[in-house]
Design a protein around this ligand. Sequence first.
Ligand SMILES: C[S@@+](CC[C@H](N)C(=O)[O-])C[C@H]1O[C@@H](n2cnc3c(N)ncnc32)[C@H](O)[C@@H]1O
Length: 475
Amino acid sequence: MNAAPPQARPQRGDELELQIDSLAFGGEGVARLGESGYVVFVAGAIPGDRVRAVVHKRKRSYAHARTLEVLSPSPERIAPLAQHPGVAWQVIPYERQLEIKHAQVREALERIGHLEGFELEEIVPAVEQWRYRNKLEYSFGNTDGGELVCGFHAPAGGNAVLAMDDCLLASELGNRAREIAAGWCRAQRLTAWERGGGGPARTREQRIGPASDGRVRLRNLVVREGRRTGRLQVRIVTTDGELDAGGLAAALAKGLGESLDGVLWTRSDRPAETTQGGETELVWGEGELPERLGELDLRISAEAFFQTNTEMAEVLYGIAADYAALEGWERVYDLYCGIGSIALTLAPRAGELWGIELVEQAVADAIAGARRNEIEKVRFFAGDTRLALPELLERAGRPDVVVVDPPRAGLSKKVVHRIIEASPRRIVYVSCNPTTLAPNAAELVEAGWRLARVRPVDMFPQTHHIECVALFERS
Ligand SMILES: C[S@@+](CC[C@H](N)C(=O)[O-])C[C@H]1O[C@@H](n2cnc3c(N)ncnc32)[C@H](O)[C@@H]1O
């Protein structure tokens, strides 16, 4: 089918021929239409490509499209290695990926935050360009022919799940766990749940409840790996219903031997595509996965966040420690502390440390981690940073250094104001999204801190995701 010449404002479903001239935050290619310069964000395209793409979302001032065909490839394009929808940047040479990420950090801080005068250090390349993830969340789906598949969603949305032979972001061991679990589910003739409603005739129960024979329908498979310990945790996420979970654990134990650390089963009736929430039970082995990070001996609960690239987390925390420049007497707050890995890493160089984290199970892991590693000067609390920070200030006193490592949405205005009130000498901001770091940074600078240094770290090769550490010093 021939693509239509670009209109000033395309409609949903239109096929367009587009020339890609840059990459947006979030990784999509950017094309501009006609004299108006109407922007189309194009998934699956890189600068220099000429593509045929279909519009799937249209707004007043921009649209989103999905590449159907690369008509004329960018001279930079390289052959993809992986059949994997999560690695859209694999067609960009790795050195170039690093340059783009470095430039996007600068652009976010300068253009969104209107900041200047800071030192943007070189980006730290990843140790491994493939097979670096310690956690993979796979989805179960049914093919049109009714076959059960366990893989990833097709790019740019949609409910279809693509089968996966070898996930090049996971280790060979992690792949083996997925193959065994999926094979066992197929042998049991289990089916996947129906995403996206399954048609108007279906009731809520039919969509998110058990299959008609009373057995579960499969939602996700989460495989987590202790990269330094070689141990695996496998969690199957299903609808309500019956499952021979012991049989699944036996199959995994037989295939993985000593490497299998624990098998968990989560039953969830959430309509959304998420592996969080629901009721989780331990089926076999241990509930917390052992991992080592630098000198630390850690255990990670299924519900707790842990940096997905263990090797690069060590590098990231090293930079955070460098920026914190502790002399041994300081009071340090670790906000959004997860299982406490930053606070525990900084402990040998600090006077006292206090961590706040929302997920109770992660806080339990942090407290146990402090005990296991014989670190006494650290205290962890469960709570929402926004509400818990004033209480912590009263209890612990003003911090000398605050480390923050928030989710992608960054810090709310309220939290920024609470940090400003706490008035630390130094703020170390670990960010997984420079576009939310930038406005937070602008507020801190406005309040009297100086953005001194920023260092991007590549935790996620072959993807658009950018991590960086920023240092603010009170002027
Ligand atoms: C990017 S992770 C960082 C965790 C940890 N610093 C690390 O390096 O592993 C963000 C953490 O913030 C927690 N979190 C999210 N919202 C929160 C809130 N409002 N208050 C406290 N913690 C929150 C999440 O559960 C998650 O553990």
